[in-house]
Design a protein around this ligand. Structure first.
Ligand SMILES: [Zn+2]
Length: 392
């Protein structure tokens, strides 16, 4: 319970409280805990960034070409699935594979809860200006909204049902259209899950299947309970349903990370996407941080990052600054001051959208947020909440 519990990386600004995106999918409340490892005061993402310079990227490029040769089709059918939103990473992935490596991708998109104007423009421009076929998987909006609200109330994680659908969409399309090869852009391990995961080109697909859907959880609630207590029929949960392992095996689905084969730098991906698919940054600064080009498709994403700040004490500016320090775009000192300036900023530009979407009044909404303030991280001074420890 002491303040010493929270440690900040000596090289970037991330803290040891950073949650893993992997456990989010596993879905159990008790599993949503910090996963990043520190060694001699340095986080695993910073250690990995240095290890990356020892990799022979020419050799990796050869591996990529061999992989593409193995799957490339010449009969006009699709030879790979690229899941994405048309943000900078999927724009790069699709364009690079199609136009530099001669693949014939089918891009697939899991729809945001609520597109921002810039998110919809970038999605359209990815497809129309970049030149790709796309299938938009759009879940039942009534159900998705209920699940997101439950996830907000139960887990403080309104994005959780979205993440489930997002992770399933690529492999689901692979099975539906019998296209075994799936390409993701970056491996989340880049940001501090297990370093050794970065040395694997593929994602473990056992992740996407589960023995018993009715006993698994969405929004922190067992599916059988969602059906009985929340009046959502089983038939309306198909998009969240894990995949059948036998079908995965019969198609031979493989998920590969492009970041294994080519050196990943988010800012470089942004420049590439701007040039080749017409990707545009947000005209205004993203509230909660200083950047304008990452995670700007979905209104609810602003709340998602704010809730990470509430639960783990690190916000959107911390994520952006940590990554830009590692890529030597800014110094640690600049990063610290950006975090202090923006991390705590509530995204009030979307407050009325949040209230409309969740059908809550503002008191209910802010009470829900405060319920998730971790007492090891926050203290109350009069009416104001303050972080007990801040990066310095
Ligand atoms: Zn670090």
């Amino acid at each position: 319970m002491s303040d010493n519990l929270i440690k900040y990386c000596r090289e970037c600004v991330i803290s040891n409280q950073r949650p893993s995106s992997v456990v989010e999918f596993k879905n159990k409340l008790e599993d949503v805990k910090p996963m990043i490892k520190f060694t001699n005061g340095v986080c695993s993402a910073c250690i990995w960034e240095k290890e990356k310079s020892n990799i022979d990227w020419n050799e990796r490029r050869n591996e990529l070409e061999l992989l593409c040769d193995k799957f490339r089709k010449t009969d006009g059918t699709y030879d790979c699935i690229i899941p994405g939103s048309g943000g900078k990473d999927s724009a790069f992935t699709a364009h690079f594979l199609k136009y530099e490596l001669g693949m014939n991708p089918l891009t697939v998109t899991w729809a945001p809860h609520q597109y921002t104007d810039i998110g919809w423009k970038n999605f359209k421009s990815w497809i129309d200006q970049g030149g790709f076929d796309n299938i938009l998987f759009h879940p039942n909006g009534k159900v998705h909204k209920k699940l997101a609200k439950l996830a907000f109330q139960n887990l403080g994680h309104p994005f959780q049902p979205f993440i489930i659908g997002q992770k399933l969409t690529g492999p689901r399309a692979s099975i539906l259209y019998d296209i075994p090869l799936i390409f993701y852009g970056e491996n989340q391990a880049e940001y501090g899950n297990k370093i050794e995961d970065n040395y694997k080109p593929t994602m473990d697909l056992s992740f996407f299947s589960t023995e018993n859907f009715l006993d698994s959880t969405i929004s922190g609630i067992p599916v059988h309970k969602i059906i009985n207590d929340y009046n959502i029929p089983l038939n309306d949960l198909t998009m969240y349903r894990p995949l059948d392992q036998e079908k995965i095996d019969s198609v031979g689905s493989e998920v590969h990370y492009l970041s294994y084969y080519t050196k990943w730098d988010p800012q470089e991906m942004y420049y590439y996407a701007a040039e080749n698919t017409g990707f545009r940054p947000n005209p205004v600064r993203t509230q909660g941080t200083y950047s304008r080009y990452a995670g700007i498709d979905d209104v609810i994403e602003w709340l998602h990052f704010y809730m990470i700040f509430i639960k783990f004490g690190i916000g959107r500016a911390t994520y952006d600054a940590a990554q830009e320090i590692r890529n030597q775009k800014i110094t640690r000192e600049e990063g610290v001051s950006l975090v202090q300036k923006y991390d705590h900023e509530f995204p009030d530009q979307f407050l009325s959208d949040f209230l409309d979407y969740f059908e809550m009044n503002s008191e209910e909404f802010f009470n829900t947020i405060d319920k998730f303030r971790n007492p090891e991280i926050w203290k109350k001074d009069g009416d104001n909440w303050e972080l007990k420890t801040q990066v310095s």
